[in-house]
Design a binder for this molecule. Sequence first.
Ligand code: SF4
Ligand code: SF4
Length: 179
Amino acid sequence: MTRYAMAIDIQRCTGCQNCIVACKTENNVPDGYHRSWIAERVYGAYPSVRIEMLSQRCNHCEIPPCVACCPTGASHIHARDGIVVIDRAKCIGCKICLTACPYGARYIHPDGYGDKCTFCLPRIEKGLDPACVSVCSTHCMHFGDLDDPESEVSRLLLTRSSHVLLPEAGTKPHVHYLR
Ligand code: SF4
Ligand code: SF4
């Protein structure tokens, strides 16, 4: 099975929001909702301040609590790509998955179903990068197959130090931040 993952170089991210705009446009995300967002982290105190920009979205966790808790099977791991997706036809909009996700990655679409990042599944099925990756102004976002040792993502994770968000949650996120 393919296990798609993302590696984001936080040394290069400027927080320009190109990725966020591309995501909203590509996926018709309604006004007032988002599938991705930029979190700003500030370290130190003036005059020694360091600001980190983190482009965030669903982490496509390997052990996803949002899938385990879904009462209808709407939330599931995509058999071919290893990403976490929601079957709109099966979703009853109960919001249990919103509570289970430690990253706040999901919302209920005004039409009544759960929604979140899919790594732009329709694009990756055509061999394209997710929209956010394709528009990144500093090329700090990388996307590929963790099970392919030759992929850029595998190579970067092997050669650079990195971290994931909330490792203590035990979800094994597939969005990695390169330091
Ligand atoms: Fe599920 Fe949240 Fe992990 Fe995405 S980030 S797979 S919504 S637990
Ligand atoms: Fe499953 Fe939909 Fe309920 Fe989420 S809102 S737990 S996807 S049925």
